[in-house]
Design a protein around this ligand. Structure first.
Ligand SMILES: NC(=O)c1ccc[n+]([C@@H]2O[C@H](COP(=O)([O-])OP(=O)(O)OC[C@H]3O[C@@H](n4cnc5c(N)ncnc54)[C@H](O)[C@@H]3O)[C@@H](O)[C@H]2O)c1
Length: 383
């Protein structure tokens, strides 16, 4: 079993590799080290604890302040990242001690919050005194933000800018999920038939990268407008039941629980591989599959095959949690770009008055992030 220091070292060297090829965060880190925008503040952060998050937090911590961290999903928590953050002096709550990790963060009386999924901000609303502002990172969190009322501090929505959908959701997840499938299963994708369930930016990327890997891709989408988009992008858009008849691989990206039920899977093709790219772990009803399975085989780490009683065998990857994040796998650049937007938003939150409730990304901020990205990507003198 890997020693904690070995894991932290592995996470550290992975960050070094990522920063070498796309140094957007170290460039910002140098700027924050000089300007110290959150000096004296406590910042509560609830995110997937992956090496990319560690890369972000390390640069943010150069700008002063105290960072207190919780895992937004224990299933996606990378142990090396936790050790690395603790070595940097941060308190990190993973839920492993059975305590409420969000309350543990709030116990540090944070001034600012950063959240993936609105659970930390949601918990803070019970007693919001002292909170000056927050950032919500992902679509599922924005849906909850809009359902909440009377939020007394600003929450910057960094999900709905121009960059996130177009680059992270589409290119980042699209590329990362298929490379994770290859890594986990050893399957060669060309020639296989897959169904992408949900044709938002994430589904769009999954379909495009799946097609470019040589798969035959069907799209299942409940919104007629997005189904029409998928049609004009050249994908068959059958109903789910028909798509499941022939699919060898099914990937969900709906952001909705129960998008695939066990009843729907009873008529799926034998041996179908099921995985999820969406935020939560419940888009495919894995617990119902496990309940009615008459045989369960652990094929490999994160690969479990169930035989549905009276139905097909289905192979579930990563227990239905977002596969790229569970495997700490992926295409780092789009995520790092989104994290650059996050860091620039935190700068604004720490230094400006931004009203209350949902706040759109401040004007020009994404253009600054895009310019920084182009500086990292293009030959010197091209801008
Ligand atoms: N894995 C990652 O790294 C990662 C990164 C970014 C976003 N996400 C998550 O991915 C999910 C999708 O993101 P998005 O930006 O594409 O969201 P989105 O809301 O724009 O798109 C989801 C689509 O799914 C469709 N849909 C909903 N229920 C359906 C069902 N039962 N059957 C078929 N279609 C259905 C909706 O009509 C919508 O078009 C969200 O949960 C988001 O938080 C994951």
């Amino acid at each position: 079993m890997a020693h904690d220091d070995d894991r932290a070292f592995a996470a550290e060297s992975q960050i070094g590799r990522i920063n070498t090829f796309f140094p957007i965060l170290p460039r910002l880190g140098n700027r924050w080290a000089a300007s110290r925008p959150w000096e004296g503040l406590t910042i509560g952060v609830n995110m997937h604890l992956t090496t990319l998050t560690a890369a972000l937090l390390r640069e943010l911590s150069l700008g002063g302040g105290t960072f207190v961290v919780s895992s937004c999903n224990p299933a996606t928590t990378d142990k090396g990242t936790v050790e690395l953050l603790r070595n940097l002096g941060m308190d990190v709550y993973t839920g492993g001690d059975g305590q409420d990790r969000h309350q543990q963060v709030l116990g540090h009386k944070p001034d600012l919050l950063v959240d993936v999924g609105f659970e930390l901000i949601g918990a803070a609303l019970a007693n919001p005194d002292g909170i000056r502002g927050a950032i919500e990172v992902t679509r599922s969190g924005i849906t909850k933000l809009r359902a909440a009322s009377d939020i007394p501090f600003p929450v910057i929505n960094i999900n709905d800018g121009r960059l996130k959908d177009a680059i992270e959701n589409r290119h980042g997840v699209g590329e990362a999920i298929w490379s994770a499938v290859g890594r986990l299963t050893g399957m060669h994708l060309a020639g296989r038939r897959c169904v992408v369930v949900g044709y938002g930016p994430v589904g769009k990327g999954l379909a495009a990268y799946g097609r470019s890997a040589g798969m035959a891709v069907d799209v299942v989408e409940t919104d007629p407008i997005r189904r029409l988009f998928a049609h004009y992008d050249g994908y068959p858009t059958p109903p789910l039941a028909r798509a499941l008849n022939t699919a060898g691989i099914v990937v969900t990206a709906t952001g909705r629980s129960g998008s695939i039920t066990v009843d729907e899977l009873k008529n799926a093709r034998d041996g179908v591989v099921l995985l999820n790219a969406g935020h939560g772990g419940d888009e495919i009803d894995i617990s119902a599959i496990a309940r009615i399975a008459d045989r369960v085989d652990n094929i490999a780490e994160q690969v479990v095959r169930y035989r549905i009683d009276g139905g097909p065998r289905v192979t579930v990857l990563a227990d239905g949690h977002p596969l790229n994040i569970v495997l700490n796998n992926g295409s780092p650049e789009p995520v790092l770009l989104h994290f650059a937007v996050l860091g620039l938003s935190l700068e604004q939150l720490a230094t400006l008055k931004l009203g209350s409730g949902e706040v759109a990304l401040p004007e020009g901020l994404e253009a600054d992030a895009a310019l920084l990205a182009l500086e990292c990507l293009l030959p010197e003198g091209s801008l």
